[in-house]
Ligand binder design. Structure first.
Ligand code: ADP
Ligand code: MG
Length: 249
């Protein structure tokens, strides 16, 4: 049996706005085991970002419990949360969030700078992470010398360098064209095939169908939680897109 990476019970997050209460999350039960690939969907305002903030230990719930990789999150203070985050979670954002005048390699080294690792170990880990995302030849390029898809792959390498238990991606293809989106999903599927647990927020069905499971939120509650069938194969779709383009050229 695969271990639970995420165990959430009765999770609620309430925002108080003057005399108004907004139940951004309203009693969530969710278990995600090692090796799953989950797409979190839902209309604007349904609670997706709040959910990602909870999963990512960026914020604490109003009530309920959350265990990440066996550690109880809701009892931790800010420093403990930051430490857990650095050790166990890799983040990928819509806008890549790379440092501009900094090479791909140095961007990927950043998350390890908080640890007291030897410089050579940091460099080796960053090189390995860049190789995993197919960018071993681009280590000294600056972000503006890379395509959008390559920049997102640098960001994914940065997320992987600490060997997290969980990859969290918030609209990872939101700034990418459709071919590059499929390319990024092919990488997620490959990493997932090798055991990485992936949770991504997307509002696009044609991205969500590459996940193994879809969880849909409405008004802070889970209204759908089901396996994806048939599941898309992003590498095959990418090859088909490229073959079609070659045929048209
Ligand atoms: P989504 O990401 O699905 O669009 P959010 O999680 O951002 O949804 O928001 C869920 C609900 O919580 C919305 O009604 C939103 O207005 C409210 N909300 C989110 N963040 C805050 C906040 N910091 N303060 C007050 N209300 C918030
Ligand atoms: Mg949002």
């Amino acid at each position: 049996m695969a271990a639970d990476v995420i165990r959430i019970r009765g999770l609620a997050k309430t925002y108080v706005m003057g005399t108004n209460e907004v139940h951004a999350l309203d009693g969530i039960d969710l278990t995600i085991t090692q090796g799953e690939m989950v797409a979190v969907m839902g209309a604007s305002g349904s609670g997706k970002s709040t959910m990602m903030n909870m999963l990512g230990c960026l914020d604490k719930p109003t009530s309920g419990s959350y265990e990440l990789d066996g550690e109880r999150v809701e009892v931790m203070d800010r420093n403990q949360l930051a430490d857990l985050r650095n050790r166990r979670i890799g983040f990928v954002f819509q806008g890549f969030n790379l440092l501009a005048r900094t090479s791909a390699l140095e961007n990927v080294e950043l998350p390890m700078m908080y640890e007291r690792s030897r410089k050579k170990d940091v460099r080796d880990a960053a090189m390995k992470a860049l190789a995993r995302v197919g960018l071993a030849e681009r280590t000294h390029h600056l972000p503006n010398e890379l395509s959008g898809g390559q920049q997102q792959r640098v960001a994914i390498a940065r997320a992987l360098v600490t060997e997290p238990a969980l990859l969290l991606a918030d609209e990872p293809t939101g700034n990418l064209d459709s071919r590059t989106s499929v390319e990024v999903l092919a990488l997620f599927q490959e990493l997932n095939d090798n055991g990485l647990t992936v949770v991504m927020v997307t509002h696009e069905d044609n991205i969500a169908h590459y996940a193994k499971r879809i969880v849909e939120l409405r008004d802070g509650r889970i209204v759908r939680d089901e396996p994806v069938s048939p599941r898309g194969n992003a590498a095959a779709d990418l090859a088909a897109i490229d073959a079609r383009r070659k045929g048209n050229a």
